[in-house]
Design a protein around this ligand. Sequence first.
Ligand code: TXA
Ligand code: MG
Length: 333
Amino acid sequence: MPPGDRDPQEPPASVPRIRVADEAGVAAAVAALEAGELVGLPTETVYGLAARALDPAVVARIFAAKGRPADNPLIVHVSDLAALEPLVTTVTPLARELAATYWPGPLTLVLTASPHVPAITRGRLSTVAVRMPDHPVALTVLERLGQPLAAPSANRSSRPSPTRPEHVLAELGHRVALVLDGGPCVIGVESTVVDARGDRPIVLREGAVTREQLQVGSDTGRGETDRSPGTRYRHYAPRCRIEIVAEGELPVAAARQLAGERVGVLARRSSVTELGRDAVVVGAFDDEVELARALYGAFVDAERAHVDVLLVESVPEQGVGRAVMDRLRRAAE
Ligand code: TXA
Ligand code: MG
């Protein structure tokens, strides 16, 4: 295509798809949501693909846009505790305590659903997952809209979650009405999902609120069957191989790759300096918190750089490191 020519597949330049989250941007998002459309919404964890949670026809559009299996339920987002009550049969004392401590924030509570929650939203389970995101843009949109939003991560099913607005467009394109720009996500991995129906939290998906914070051990004594339905599926996978490398073993691992392979690297700053010139460094970090923030963006950058294999230096399974390693292992499967 000659330079300057527009790709006919692309939307006209006059249609702003990523919108600044100012008054006009928020108003446009609320109007789109009211009309039953899908909106890319920033949260502190990852960008969500938001739509009205209590309208089954609208929720069906989320499943279609993501190519998501119907038995994988969505998280319902609220902007205040009062909005939780009509969604569930009982707010247990444990849920009340966890919400008081972690909301707004990256903790999703699974409780018994009330009949108000459409079956499609909860993947036909008897429970519903609810969280209050800690992002001013998400909270403002929820307040203005005045009703809860279902918002899975704004990626196509099995792909890495988006942590920047342009990732949402690259993944979903015309399937969203617009994406509100909330900047890069501060946390970078998804919320922790806990079953809060009993006396103690049961972790169903590792996430940004850590087991140390929740004071639950790594083994709840429960099996795979208790995990969130979504954790059964292949996940977070970029279009290149992912290989997890033990701390400090990066030069050896890089040397081991096949001749002619393009190698990408996501590693500690101290390890990156020891590499040869050939590796494509798509990200560097000092600890697990920084790796969480960089992870999905590095996957996207590795794809864009056409690497064959991305070597990721592992972090200890502590704090958010547990969620990071969980995502990495799934991506490397
Ligand atoms: O941080 C997050 O949680 C992001 C942002 C956008 O809020 N959302 C997100 O949604 O990660 P999604 O759909 O990508 O992941 C939701 C996870 C899935 O693993 C799903 O199976 C689980 O939550 N889940 C939803 N409802 C559930 C329920 N009733 N019981 C058990 N797990 C549930
Ligand atoms: Mg997801």
